[in-house]
Design a protein around this ligand. Sequence first.
Ligand code: G1P
Length: 292
Amino acid sequence: MHLKSIKKAVIPAAGYGTRFLPITKVVPKELLPIGNKPAIHYVVEEAVRSGVEEIILVCHPSKNGIIDYFKRDKDLQIFLERKGKKEEMAVIESIESMANFRVVYQKEPLGLGHAVWCARKEIGDEPFLVILPDVLIADEIPASQYLIDSCQNGDEWGMLVERVTPSEVSSYGIARVDRMKEKVYRLTGAVEKPKLSQAPSDLGILGRYLLPPEILRILERVKAGALGEIQLTDAIDQLARERPGSAVMSRGEIFDIGTPEGLKEAYQYFEEAVGRISRTVQEGQMKVLRRR
Ligand code: G1P
């Protein structure tokens, strides 16, 4: 299959959001606002702008708000229509029609690898993207599209990486790489949250993966690793040893919105950069943001 046609993206969104407690007792962290849109909207938009047609949301059964956000709300539509609120109606309708949304449940927080494995039936036998909603990347080229295009010249699977500082190494999956060609390294392995002394490089995995379906067969056998969880990085390590992939240097403005500070920065960026951002986030939606 030609890599241009990556049609499915998995978005893991089943975590408890402990860094944002107490708000995350009732509001999933993926629904915390950036402007007047929830954070997860931005990564769905990125996927859609990268050609994805089917979004597989991996949710916890208690986090139905995420599903509701992407679902049709007939009562609201009827209400807006009666009031003649055409612009608002268009915004609401554009959300549900962005993609086909599928939902799978991860009932226990057993790790990112387990979350992806929970989506195996929906993924089927084709390459797919994994997009972590904790990482927002603002760029003219949507980050997932950039990853797809960069892998296309070589190994047909891979992930985005960024340089991390020594103190950050143990919070990331770290790539093992050898040669490099135009910002793309050959990926030969990966280690999840290593000690600095055991890190194979200073390239941290950045929440965007293009994976072949074989990864699902590897995930089925992978044992619990770092933090006692089934780690996607461990499956990637096995795959890369058999068939090297690409570690693609990221570009654009990166926000780790898995922390309150990062979320605040993203909010400020997306609010202040309205003029500049019209190239990176759909203009229509930014207009709505500007009005508030
Ligand atoms: C996850 C991945 C890790 C990656 C990080 C940032 O870790 O397991 O490999 O480097 O996201 O994308 P988490 O931040 O969920 O602990």
